[in-house]
Design a protein around this ligand. Structure first.
Ligand SMILES: [Zn+2]
Length: 280
């Protein structure tokens, strides 16, 4: 599933191509995504101008000049790509196509249809069901050790699962939770409320660092994730532990002959990768 860095990459790209564009035509081939696309969508969106494009948690938002915003989620494997109207040939899972300036198309393809395209009043976005219970953004100044200690102190679950909960902090999925815990030297099995202040300081820094590094690399995530210009995300190779079971951990002092390298376990139904020697 695309995580924060991937959506940040998509958002940056869309900003370059579609900011201040007018939406001149809309084709919806399948409304039945995770949530049905509202039936007033075409009416409300046609002939509006996209005046702001930003990311919120793992969603990107197209703010229109009619006080409404499109809320978009890529689900497990959805992609958005730019195509030329003249050469465009519809693919099987192209569910939504927005035609913008200069005959550019914004094409949303999602084979598994876990994504979402919704519409809401721009002023009401914080209270939209996707956001109203959310915790803080990881790049927000308020995401610091004080905030995280407070969030974790009442949680009786392992720290890995706590990080995946958007009520703790938004945008961190399975990949970056594993990565951040590795860099912070904290075992994914630790009870959330057992972390001391020093460890939480390290964890906050590790979260910001891994996300920042991933954004700079252009996002990563799963193998079928694509950047909107069609290029497949390439940061996967730079992961320290995610997907690297049995391999040597990078910059780690552990003895490979004893540890057998990176371990994989299932926590809360999700795969976790870690070094049992470095992460305590
Ligand atoms: Zn190690």
């Amino acid at each position: 599933m695309p995580e924060l860095p991937e959506i940040e990459t998509v958002k940056n790209y869309l900003n370059k191509v579609f900011l201040n564009n007018q939406i001149k035509n809309i084709k919806i081939s399948n409304r039945k995504l995770r949530k049905e696309i509202p039936y007033n969508f075409e009416n409300d969106v046609l002939n509006t101008t996209i005046k702001r494009i930003y990311r919120k948690a793992k969603y990107f938002i197209l703010e229109l000049d009619n006080e409404k915003s499109i809320i978009w989620h890529l689900g497990m494997s959805g992609t958005v790509e730019t195509k030329d109207k003249k050469s465009y040939q519809k693919l099987k899972h192209d569910h939504v196509v927005l035609e913008c300036d200069d005959e550019k198309l914004l094409v949303y393809n999602d084979a598994r249809r876990f994504g979402m395209v919704d519409l809401c009043e721009s002023a009401q976005i914080d209270s939209h069901g996707c956001f109203r219970d959310n915790g803080i953004e990881p790049f927000d100044k308020g995401f610091n050790e004080k905030y995280l200690i407070d969030k974790l102190k009442s949680k009786k679950i392992n720290i890995k699962t706590a990080l995946l909960d958007p009520k703790t902090v938004v945008g961190i999925g399975n990949i970056y939770a594993s990565e951040a815990l590795y860099y912070a030297g904290i075992s994914p099995f630790r009870e959330s409320n057992s972390l001391n202040k020093k460890e939480v300081i390290k964890l906050v820094k590790a979260i910001k660092d891994v996300l920042d590094k991933a954004i700079k690399a252009g996002g990563s995530s799963i193998r079928d994730y694509k950047k909107p210009d069609g290029e497949v995300g390439y940061f996967t190779l730079s992961h320290a532990v995610y997907g690297k079971e049995g391999q040597k951990c990078p910059n780690c002092k552990c003895d490979f002959n004893k540890t057998g390298g990176i371990k994989k376990s299932f926590l809360g139904g999700r795969s976790s990768f870690y070094c049992e020697s470095k992460q305590k």
